[in-house]
Ligand binder design. Structure first.
Ligand code: FES
Length: 252
């Protein structure tokens, strides 16, 4: 195998032998993730316009102490750590924001800022990324609440009801479920850690579940982005209806 002399490899931030527009892939992350982060932060602190019967904003679900008996601030702040921690520690998002916001490295085979020692995720604060599997358990709990909210949106004043908002909440929870079920940690739990499926209990069932999880996992980036937009849009829609800026149309 031919030896690559280190002197032939460009060094320093942005140094590369790549000829393609590698920096283009950073822009959607900066705009999409940065924009969502800003909007979600403002909405989480706003503390109002999260309910427009029969719709509850996903940013505020589960809704805890809305009457402020104990907690004087926005109810969204009580639950923010769950979904935020799950997204922040997601393997896909880690790659995306390490590149886009830390330029560490900016892309494959592109130089990172000088004088940085690579330590992986073995030191504080990045060692906390290993909490992802525990945030996954929390996310399972959250998705149950969101499914409850989506199904509740099919009833208004005791009658069956379908409004535009019902479809918005339903689409959102489906995309969030796909994002959750395509998680790398979940795939690992289901069968990624297994060397021999035929040696395990329920081997055929487990192998089938692992194949489905693998199919979803290959599309994890897609579901990560779709669910990010859908959850932001669902909150935005509920807010618009709650403030009276738009009217929710009844379809059925
Ligand atoms: S790896 Fe992305 S949600 Fe688990």
């Amino acid at each position: 195998m031919a030896e690559i002399k280190s002197s032939a490899v460009p060094r320093g931030l942005g140094a590369t032998q790549r000829r393609d527009a590698w920096w283009l892939e950073l822009l959607p992350t900066i705009v999409g993730l940065g924009g969502f982060g800003l909007y979600a932060t403002l909405r989480a602190f706003e503390g109002v316009y999260y309910w427009a019967a029969p719709y509850l904003s996903p940013f505020y679900s589960p809704l805890i102490d809305p009457q402020h008996h104990v907690w004087p601030f926005s109810p969204a702040l009580l639950i923010l750590a769950g979904p935020l921690g799950f997204r922040m520690t997601c393997y896909y998002y880690r790659k995306a924001y390490y590149r886009a916001f830390f330029l560490d490295p900016p892309s494959c085979a592109v130089g990172e800022p000088a004088a940085r020692k690579y330590r992986g995720e073995t030191r504080f604060p990045f060692i906390l990324q290993n909490l992802h599997r525990y945030f996954l358990y929390l996310a399972v709990l959250f998705i149950c609440f969101l499914w409850y909210d989506a199904l509740r949106a099919f009833r208004l004043d005791g009658h069956f009801f379908v409004g535009v908002g019902t479809l918005v909440l339903l689409t959102n929870v489906i995309l969030l479920t796909l994002y959750l079920f395509s998680c790398h940690s979940l795939r690992h739990i289901i069968g990624g850690k297994v060397d021999c499926f035929s040696c395990t209990a329920f081997n055929q069932t487990r192998h089938g579940a692992w194949k489905k999880a693998s199919w979803l996992n290959e599309r994890h980036m897609l579901f990560a982005w779709l669910s990010l937009f859908s959850v932001g849009f669902a909150d935005f829609y509920v807010r618009m209806v709650a403030t009276g800026l738009i009217k929710d149309f009844r379809l059925l």
